[in-house]
Design a protein around this ligand. Structure first.
Ligand SMILES: Cc1ncc(COP(=O)(O)O)c(C=O)c1O
Length: 424
């Protein structure tokens, strides 16, 4: 996270002091670095250049319109998994011909809308879905390009909730059945097979699982080609991991060294769907201390104005995020504390038993590596308005999503009763 650094003991993002952002827009606030976002995307493009990568940024990681716009301007395509994400991509100016659509439960409407839009291809997750896409396309008198998402049964060595390429998960078509499914394509005139896709999981820092899965996929690609299918893309999904704590710090080049030789042999273009790798370490969550207190057993708590509704990763995955005061210019004694939010859940924490300098009411804390699956997984639990998002560029910053208000909380429920139609 080189764009986030301490200068004379004060945290800055690029050239803007984190404390200045908090003064102007309040807390909690997500702070993104434009330079970090763009650099990570460019690093991937460069490292994978030998296999002419089509990078489709995975919108689910962070879906702010301004960040999608930024990615689109840099030439990125997009990985979407819902009609809502497709809408977001198009509204932000994404080129339809660079959009891929994944997900195990695409509805008729989503399929129709995506075909009408002219997306690059669907990543097909099951035989039932294959039949559905073909039928919808036929009704529209179109042929939809597809890739089969294959489940290669490879352990990605990540948290179990982020593992998506093992047999027992709901994702993709079992590799053992894949050839049979390819054979069945003659029954589905509404689709054309243009790629093979996989996505084995997220936050993968071990270099071997992707390579292992790709070797399996490549055999299928060759088979499909020999059957006369014009396979243009191998889509390796996303999953590149980042450093949150002490994971090995992997660069785009490290991943490329393993992957490029495997894909290059096939003559296909590499399509990839990175999310976390681009945005994870491109943002922090700024929060303010509301209280400090001690529990009955002597343990210290630092209670912040951010909570699990703003960043749920620690609660959901017991994920580690580095947390440190924004101002650490004066050396203070350190304490061992749980850093928690104000929500009525024991699971509402950001860090447990953390060694941090003594903090007091109104001190600012930075929760690092918060860009991926942070704001996109936020909610209004406990009727808390969602935080503000800010994009820093050099010495300036702009609000790219205003803080929600109390009025926003009830906007969709407003009116005198009975407002809505009743059903029997
Ligand atoms: C199909 C697919 N592609 C790409 C991604 C992005 O993964 P990551 O953020 O780990 O790069 C995901 C994440 O769940 C996914 O499901």
């Amino acid at each position: 996270m080189e764009q986030f650094a301490y200068k004379n003991g004060h945290l800055v993002c690029e050239n803007v002091a984190a404390s200045k952002i908090a003064d102007k827009v309040g807390t909690p606030t997500y702070v993104y670095s434009r330079d970090a976002l763009v650099s990570r995307l460019r690093d991937l493009k460069k490292a994978f250049a030998p296999v002419k990568p089509l990078i489709c940024y995975s919108i689910k990681a962070c879906s702010n319109q301004n960040i999608i716009k930024l990615m689109a301007r840099e030439g990125s395509g997009f990985d979407v998994v819902s009609g809502g994400e497709l809408y977001r991509a198009l509204q932000a100016g994404a080129k339809p011909g660079k959009i891929v659509f994944a997900g195990v439960g695409k509805t008729d409407k989503e399929i129709r809308d995506a075909i009408k839009t002219g997306i690059l291809m669907f990543n097909v997750e099951s035989e039932a879905e294959l039949a559905r896409i073909s039928a919808v396309a036929c009704r529209m008198k179109k042929v939809a390009d597809i890739a089969f998402r294959i489940n290669p049964d490879v352990d990605p060595k990540t948290h179990r909730y982020m593992s998506t390429g093992k047999k027992e998960t709901k994702f993709g078509i079992d590799l053992a059945r894949a050839e049979q499914v390819v054979d069945s394509l003659s029954d589905h005139p509404g689709v054309a097979l243009r790629g093979i896709h996989m996505h084995i999981g997220s936050q993968i820092t071990d270099l071997k699982p992707h390579a292992k899965a790709l070797r399996k996929i490549v055999r299928l690609v060759e088979k499909c080609k020999s059957m006369g299918h014009d396979i243009k893309y191998i889509n390796m999904g996303g999953g590149f991991g980042i450093t949150y704590k002490n994971e090995p710090s992997r660069t785009a080049k490290d991943f490329a060294r393993q992957i490029v030789p495997i894909v290059r042999k096939t003559g296909c273009r590499l399509l990839m769907e990175p999310g976390r790798f681009i945005v994870g370490n491109s943002a922090i969550l700024l929060t303010k201390v509301v209280y400090t207190k001690k529990a009955g057993d002597g343990r210290s708590f630092v209670i912040c104005d951010a909570a699990m509704n703003d960043l749920i990763r620690p609660t959901l995955y017991e994920a580690y995020h580095h947390i440190w005061p924004v101002d650490s210019s004066n050396s203070k004694p350190e304490i061992l504390a749980d850093i928690v939010g104000p929500i009525c859940e024991t699971g509402d924490f950001f860090g447990k038993e953390r060694q941090i300098p003594v903090v007091d009411k109104d001190d600012l804390l930075a929760i690092f590596s918060a860009g991926a699956y942070g704001m996109t997984m936020s909610s209004n639990y406990n009727s808390r308005p969602r935080p503000c998002e800010v994009l820093v560029s050099g010495s300036t910053f702009q609000v790219i999503r205003r803080r929600e208000t109390y009025a926003d909380l009830i906007a969709k429920e407003k009116g005198r009763l009975p407002t809505y139609k009743s059903y029997r």
